[in-house]
Design a protein around this ligand. Structure first.
Ligand SMILES: *[C@@H]1O[C@H](CO)[C@@H](O)[C@H](O)[C@H]1NC(C)=O
Ligand SMILES: *[C@@H]1O[C@H](CO)[C@@H](O)[C@H](O)[C@H]1NC(C)=O
Length: 476
């Protein structure tokens, strides 16, 4: 029987082609959900929310999801800690462990996790037509949070509670922007890895990925990757080269080599794995990959090494299916992926374009603004062209101040190998009351985690400083 099941299952999964993603989205690590923790009481609830906070003529509402843990709440006068949700589904883990959880325990706080509109189960509309997505923007999402806090404070047990926000990644932006826009509603906030500058041509991302591989893996690793990518681009020029490229990268079918958007997508396949590894790297991780390049674990030639690395990291069982049409299809479903792409077209850009010089990725010239804009145009509306994108980012930077927000009582944390840190303020305090902590060799949102044995001494210090400062805001 066992053999029968195996025989049935294996060919089935092998017959599936895989449509890869091509960029790494912002998202804090979710390790806590898999961690064995003592079961604690996290409860899910819902609140009725206006669809449009800024138009009194519109009385439509939707249900916003949130979770809470009141196990440690001291009662009247004790604080409320809100973990701000971003472009993902909320989950119980962050109310059962992590840096905010420990702060809440220390200060006898009530803990809440709010879900961002249009993500998870918080759906003003279930059909994500471009028309229906017009209420998806950070202005509405911040107003949701303001409305939520006002409703919460109506309960007598929270009337005297101070509110602290914590958020990572895009939700880190939300923390800084909320404190700036609604300073009367919260006493302070912790923003982890917040890329507060909207940027369309974001070549800085891959520059940090390059720097991380250089500083962790050294010149030899960089030479291998450079050669592998240059050989890949050269291979596109001949029929024999193309066949060896398709084999090295495990492609299901030849690429459309005449279509620059398909080549943009293929370029994204290459950068995406290096990006993903860097954005989530625990100390030692990148060194390990460079060792694998050196000892031919992924393949023999430089091009085979790159293709093998991507397949191994992704756990690919079959082959990559790479047409631009299939990429667009992945953005046509009513899910988080489509909602976030919409926000990048209409607010942030964050397009991880190939730099033109100085990095291992320079040869991947098809990964440019035109490529990302084409996805915006086809997935949403022909009007979403390059000029539209640049205007959108300009609007966000005007509204919130770009790299110069005017905000008191926030803590702004970054890691030097997190590719997103270059869109945040990482080299100065925002203000005397809003310090910045930048942690060497740390990646995206790592301060949000539990205290780990793999933490560097600098990371431990930053977590301690954060907790001390939050305790001080609460005692003032
Ligand atoms: C969403 O709306 C569009 C346009 O009105 C319609 O064509 C489509 O069938 C709808 N999709 C779903 C899943 O309801
Ligand atoms: C920040 O705090 C300082 C000192 O209390 C105050 O003068 C300033 O107006 C505050 N700024 C904002 C934006 O709240």
């Amino acid at each position: 029987m066992v053999f029968l099941v195996l025989l049935l299952c294996v060919p089935l999964s092998w017959s599936q082609e895989v449509v890869p993603t091509f960029r790494v989205d912002l998202q804090p690590p979710e390790d806590l959900q898999r961690q064995a923790v003592v079961e604690r009481n996290v409860i899910t609830s819902w609140i009725t929310m206006p669809v449009d906070h800024f138009d009194p003529h519109n009385s439509d509402t939707f249900q916003m999801r949130f979770m809470y843990n009141e196990d440690y709440f001291g009662g009247d006068g004790y604080p409320v800690f809100i973990m701000v949700g971003g472009e993902w589904n909320i989950a119980e883990g962050w109310l059962r462990g992590g840096n905010m959880f420990h702060m809440a325990v220390e200060n006898q706080g009530y803990q809440i996790y709010t879900e961002h509109r249009y993500y998870g189960e918080t759906l003003p509309y279930t059909n994500f037509t471009t028309e229906n997505l017009r209420f998806l923007n950070v202005d509405q999402a911040l107003a949701d949070l303001a409305y939520f806090i006002k409703e919460l404070k109506k309960q007598p047990r929270f009337a005297n509670s101070k509110i602290i926000l914590y958020g990572g990644s895009y939700a880190g932006n939300m923390v800084l922007w909320f404190k700036q826009r609604y300073p009367h509603l919260v006493v302070g906030g912790v923003a982890s890895s917040a890329p507060i500058l909207a940027e369309i041509d974001f070549t800085g991302y891959l520059e940090v990925v390059h720097d991380a591989f250089l500083s962790e893996g050294g010149e030899q690793c960089i030479a291998t990757i450079t050669q592998g990518i240059q050989d890949t681009v050269a291979a596109m020029e001949t029929e024999a080269g193309r066949r060896s490229l398709e084999a090295a990268y495990r492609l299901c079918a030849p690429l459309d080599y005449d279509d620059k958007f398909t080549l943009g997508y293929f370029s994204g396949l290459i950068t995406w794995r290096f990006s993903g590894v860097t954005q989530t790297a625990a100390p030692g991780r990148i060194i390990n990959i460079c060792n694998n390049f050196a000892t031919n674990v992924y393949g023999e030639t430089p091009m085979q090494k790159i293709g093998g690395f991507i397949a191994a990291e992704a756990g690919l069982l079959t082959c990559w299916s790479m047409t631009f049409q299939m990429l667009i299809l992945t953005y046509s479903l009513n899910n988080n992926n489509r909602a976030w792409y919409y926000q990048t077209c209409t607010e942030y850009g964050y397009f991880q374009n190939a730099p033109s010089s100085g990095t291992v990725f320079d040869a991947l010239k098809w990964l440019d603004v035109e490529f990302y804009a084409e996805v915006c145009k086809v997935a949403f509306h022909p009007r979403f062209d390059e000029a539209f994108l640049f205007d959108a980012a300009k609007r966000v930077n005007t509204m919130f101040g770009g790299l110069h927000p005017d905000v008191n009582n926030t803590i702004n944390i970054h890691g030097t190998i997190d590719p997103w840190h270059v869109l945040g303020v990482h080299d100065r305090d925002l203000k005397e009351s809003s310090p910045t902590f930048t942690v060497p060799r740390a990646s995206h949102c790592f301060d949000m985690q539990n205290w780990l044995t793999t933490d560097t001494i600098q990371m431990t210090q930053v977590k301690q400083n954060t907790r001390r400062l939050v305790a001080r805001w609460l005692s003032d």
